[in-house]
Every structure is written in C-alpha cells, then in structure tokens.
Write a protein that binds this ligand. Structure first.
Ligand code: NAD
Length: 408
C-alpha cells in the first residue's frame, strides 16, 4: 500500500525543483501546522461506552482559514488525513480562493452505528476540537460517509459551546440551515467547465467527443448529465457492480433512473456489459474517473486509449501512471483542478454565511464558471511555460501563491 503522505511530498518536491522554490518555504511546506488527535467517548445504545479516535489536520492557513472535509471511515490514518489536508491546500490555491488546507477523519464504520450513536459521535468530535475551529480559523465540510445532517449537528454543537451563532463554521449544510444553492452538483459542474475549456484548446466538437465515466454517484452522474445536455456523447458508465457501454451514446438521465430503480447501472437497455477495468481502457476521447483513488496505475496506464483524463475522483492516477500518460501524450486534468468546483461552492457558502447573504443558483454558477475558467487557463499557461503536465503545473501555481504569503 502506497503511503499517501509520501506521495504528496514527492509531488511537492517535483514542483519545488521545477519552480526553483526557496528551500525555507519548501521545508515549511513539508509539515502540517498542526494535527489534532482526539479520543471521543460515545455511550452506545447498549449502555456501554466505546472510545473512537478522530483527527483534524490543519496544513497551512496562509491564504485563509483551513478548509476541508471530515470523513468517517474504518481505514482513516493520520498520514492519510495529513496528505488530504496538503492536497486541500493545493486545491484551494489552484483555484485561487482565500482558504487554506485542512482535513479530518474518525476511525469508524458509520454503517454499524444507529442514528443517535452517529449524532453523539459527531457532537463529541466537535467538543474535542471546537477551540481550534471557527469561521475565521478552520471550516470543515462533508467527505466520505458524512452528510449535511452530520454538518448540521456539528454546527449546532459548536454554536452551543461558543455561546453565539457562527453558521460559517461548517459548510455542506442543508440549504434551510445556511447551505448554498448549487452545492449538490458543484463538483461535476466545475469538471464540466474544465472539459469545455479543454475542448476549446483541442478544437473538439462536443457531438464528436465520446466520454466514459467510472463511478455513477454524485460527481459522476451529474457530470454525465450536464455534458450530455451540452451535446457530448456519453458512451460508458459504471458503478461498484460493473459498467455499461454503447458506442453511439445513451441518455445519462435514463441511466440514472435505471440505477435508482434497479440498484445498478447494469442491465440498462441496448448496452453491452463491461467491467470496471475495461471502462478505463475503452477507445473514448475523455475518461472521467469518478469513483476511487489509485485506479490508473503503472499496470494499466499503457492501455489507456482516451485522449484526456478528467479526474473528478481524488487521487485516481498514481505518480508512476502519470509519467506513462505524459509519455503517451494523454492530457490529465488533475483532481486539484477538475474537482475543485466542490470546495469553491463550499467557499461561497462560507462567504454567504459570514456576509449574511443568500445567492441564487444563477449567481453561484456565474461565479463558479469565472473561477474555474481562470484557474484552467492559468494552469494551462504554467504547463506551457515549464513544459510539464497539468498536475505539476497546478502544484507550481498553487505553491507560488501559498509561498508568497508565508513569512518566517
Ligand atoms: P458517491 O459515493 O456518490 O459515488 C461513488 C460512485 O462510485 C458510486 O456510483 C459507486 O457505486 C461507485 N464505485 C464504488 N466502488 C467502485 C468501483 N470499485 N469501481 C467503480 N465504481 C465504484 O461519491 P462521490 O461524491 O460521487 O465521489 C466520487 C469521487 O469524487 C471520490 O473520489 C470523491 O473524493 C471525489 N470528489 C467528490 C466531491 C463531491 O462533492 N461529491 C468533491 C471532490 C471530490
């Protein structure tokens, strides 16, 4: 198993050497500012107390309050949380929003907890970290297996301890509790703006551009739907059970309905069944990994036939696979750019909360488009300037922005 924090530090070193980064700044960026480790006792429904372990890594706040999700998963480790908080710093800086990098996690299988145990765990975590968070310090959000309801409990617990209202302490809240319009599909929408910019650079005609999507959850299914509305041809999609393929394309909304009714994309009319390995190697123009990390590796990178990979998932391509794809001339729009629409609308939520405003969906999308298009263009320019891939270019641009604000 690759250590995610070591991978992150390799990416940092690569960017540092290309941009000739000041070695003091490089040293500072090798460690998070702080990693909180807390024990959270929860009285379970059977009357026994169980003690869970939680983490919050605050990587760097030079650009603004730490920002990043909290995940509930049995495999959470301090190194994973540190790496994810580093990548959040890079992501926020890539799209140039005034937020730093943070991430949290609790070692737990939330599916084994009742609703009341989950609420006690979420409130207990906040009781342990509340002095270190706040709308001006650190702003958590949902991540793997955490929901708007969990965010609402956390906000409520925080405000009780603080003794006053501070809705901007947490994002990803339900709309009626201060959440933003557009958040549910913002990650996909940000990815769509990247695809549109890429298509312009490459002179691709949407009706002739075939797209395959691995992972048909929140990010992947919205991406397929919006691209289809813009005239792109969605030819394949998959979920944890397998995938479906149709050379001349299908309607992704019908596929979504089929998945809701039957529990899977499998068995969708007029399509051929394929595996989750095959979907990555199809002869399409754009491949969108939107499920798990480490799916494009040195074992299959040579078989990738897509002209571009647009990473909606976090970390779908390993560093070795990146090298192979670069050699093959495959353009990778990296996660820190392609899926940054999510954190950008989270930042809008925070901004609306601290200003006591509520923006319309139209206003949110207009602002999101401007941010994504600017970021895409700047990463593209940096890639051309240094002759590197887009991931390295995004890192260089982000580290430039963070580095300028670090004083020592
Ligand atoms: P989700 O749980 O809604 O969907 C995940 C999808 O992946 C499901 O369709 C599931 O069936 C499928 N899947 C699971 N195992 C699979 C496998 N082995 N092969 C193929 N498909 C598999 O999750 P999501 O919110 O859409 O997130 C997907 C990815 O996007 C994650 O990497 C996440 O970190 C990233 N991401 C999401 C957001 C967001 O706002 N939702 C923001 C940034 C990044």
């Amino acid at each position: 198993m690759e250590n995610p924090f070591e991978n992150a530090m390799q990416q940092l070193s690569k960017a540092a050497s290309i941009m000739n980064l000041d070695k003091n700044i490089h040293e500072i960026l090798k460690q998070p500012d702080r990693v909180l480790t807390v024990s959270i006792p929860v009285k379970m429904d059977n009357g026994e107390v169980k003690v869970f372990t939680g983490f919050r890594s605050q990587y760097n706040d030079s650009l603004g309050p730490y920002k990043g999700g909290i995940r509930y998963h049995w495999n959470v480790t301090p190194d994973e949380v540190k790496a994810l908080s580093f990548w959040m710093m890079i992501k926020c800086a890539t799209v140039n929003i005034p937020m730093g990098g943070g991430k949290g996690g609790i070692i737990v299988n939330p599916k084994e907890l009742s609703e009341s145990e989950l609420e006690k765990l979420s409130r207990g975590f906040i009781r342990k970290i509340w002095r270190n968070i706040g709308s001006d310090k650190d702003v958590p959000a949902p991540d793997v297996y955490t929901t708007p309801q969990i965010m609402a409990w956390m906000r409520d617990e925080y405000e009780k301890l603080l003794g006053k209202s501070d809705p901007g302490v947490i994002t990803g809240k339900p709309i009626e509790q201060g959440g933003s319009e557009g958040r549910s599909f913002s990650t996909a929408q940000g990815g769509v703006y990247c695809v549109q910019e890429l298509a312009k650079k490459m002179n691709w005609d949407p009706s002739q551009t075939a797209v395959s999507v691995q992972g048909y959850g929140n990010a992947g299914s919205f991406m397929a739907k919006i691209l289809h509305e813009l005239g792109f041809k969605i030819v394949a999609a998959s979920d944890s059970k397998g995938g479906v393929y149709k050379e001349d394309g299908f309607n992704p909304e019908e596929l979504f309905k089929h998945k809701q009714e039957s529990g899977s994309v499998l068995g969708f009319k007029d399509t051929k069944e394929i595996t989750n390995e095959e979907i990555l190697e199809l002869d399409t123009d754009i491949l969108v990994p939107a499920a798990l990390e480490n799916v494009i590796t040195d074992k299959n990178a040579n078989n990738i036939k897509a002209k571009a990979v647009v990473e909606l998932a976090n970390g779908p391509t390993t560093p070795k696979a990146d090298e192979i794809l670069k050699e093959k001339g495959v353009t990778v729009v990296p996660d820190v750019l392609a899926n940054a629409g999510g954190v950008t609308v989270s930042y809008f939520e925070w901004d609306q909360n601290v200003k006591s405003e509520h923006w319309s969906e139209e206003e949110v999308l207009e602002k999101l488009e401007r941010i994504m298009v600017d970021a895409f263009d700047q990463v593209w320019e940096t890639k051309e300037k240094y002759g590197v891939d887009m991931r390295t270019a995004a890192f260089v641009k982000a580290i430039e922005r963070v580095g300028e604000k670090i004083s020592f």
